[in-house]
Design a protein around this ligand. Sequence first.
Ligand code: UDP
Ligand code: MN
Length: 575
Amino acid sequence: MDSKSVEAFHENINQLERDLKLQASSKAEAHKAADRKGKRKTGHRLLYPDSFLFRHWGADLSEEEQTLAQNLFLNYGYNVYLSDQLPLDRPLNDTRSPSCKRKTYPKDLPTLSVVLIFMNEALSIILRAVTSVINRTPSHLLKEIILVDDYSSNDDLKGPLEMHIQNYNAKHPGLIKIIRHQKREGLTQARISGWEASTADVVAILDAHIEVNTAWAEPILSRLKEDRTVIISPVFDKIGFDDFGLNQYSVAADGFDWALWCLYEPLPAEWYALKDDTAPVRSPSIMGILAADRKFLGEIGVLDSGMHIYGGENVELAVRAWQCGGKVEVLPCSRIAHVERAHKPYLMDLTIAMKRNALRVAEVWMDDYKYMVYVAWNLPVENHGIDFGDVSSRKELRKKLNCKGFDWYIKNVYPGLIFLPNIVGYGTMRNTLKEDLCVDQGAVPGHTPIVYPCHAYSSQLIFYQTSGEMFVGGLYARRSNVERCLTDPGNGDLPVLEKCDTAVNKGLNMHWDFKQGSAIINRSTKRCLEITAPNPSSYRLVMQTCTGQRWHIQHTLKGWGKTKDLEQKTQPPKH
Ligand code: UDP
Ligand code: MN
């Protein structure tokens, strides 16, 4: 760690302590509110001890109330039972830094359209979002709130929601509009529909389970007045899906891994150097929620309407913005509280949509780096069998906008995303003597890899590089290297997993000769990774003198292991 990141690290720890205190106080408040309402009844049997809803909440509900709350929770992924009791205009802790609170903004800022998209969200949740936008946005700047219903089936989102819209509009004429999809189109298309309907200078496209916090809009509007080419992310705070307490999150940049799952990145050193914690944070990506100049967003192609249901659209926008002449920033003074659901009621398995959408991004934007996405999803680069739809119009858009390549992006915007050009084999690793067993990282915490019935989840994913390093148990590809490398301690009969940078620093025996269908031989000790069967039902993964056992890795890249030349070089030694 250099001194800048040590500083950042300590700042993060301090922030974490502040977060925890804040979280504790908001939880205490939620409990007090429940007490006041007389809802805490003692001595009831807990009906759903395994439900996430009741881990930290609701122990005092009657059995009837528990059943009601649990059913609502299963339907929505958050605590609708509690949401329905909380006021729509509930106060929120102002989570901004003191310097944000001191900032003043000009009155004449661009106007704002707020888009809230939803698919079967709870009515009280949507109304609380609308109320927070009305109460916490300067009214002379808020041109409209556009609700986009992505074909919800819940009855209360029909007539009853219309009634509420009429009531709002009676007070604020024409403020609230609603657009309804005639079929499920997914969140990307819902965001696009909202953008299409918007008419203000700036558009903020938000989830419906949010509450905007104090003065959230002013930083966005003034930043876009300065520079119309920024795609903006506010800072999210977490609303607990169970107790609806507010948990303050630290300011961070948004990034992603090679599977395109989003993650938080540490703040860049240049940002700390500014010594201004209100300054925009240059960010490789966004999490999903965004604000932008309405027309600029249109000029660069809004969002990729070919995305299905969930995921990937945020990375596509961010990468496109950067590569095509825009930028992406997180604004520390703009804060939005967002309910983090316990589960997504609309999808059991997010990975199917995510994987497909990720391949679209790879195909259109990632050039020579795209195979990293295939590696991360453990898919073969060819014949992967996944139909990611037609990307020709997105490729045309890239051409028309004369965008830079991913090489430029990774070097200039996201050097923290590590490219591993030397991976030649990846996926599960099986021994030809026992093909239903796979190398597996074994118990965690723990350092001893094993063989285990194949399931191909991340604990069984192996990455073999031409350098001879063999990662076991998932690929992270971050600057803060957490991959574990296979090593041979040189004594005993067990292989050992060590964090790869530790293995390098300690000079462990971490390099292996391997080619498809051949032995796995440690380059230093010359011992082989093999299996033994002390009895026919239990196999062990061991280091021993090579007996000629052979291994197969699931996928290979770049014709590796197929050339005669390589085969000859890595013949196992004869004993
Ligand atoms: N959503 C939608 N159509 C869908 C799935 C989701 O309009 O098919 C909406 C959903 O109601 C929410 C937003 O898209 O307001 C984002 O979804 P979610 O909050 O589940 O995703 P996350 O916050 O995890 O990104
Ligand atoms: Mn959400």
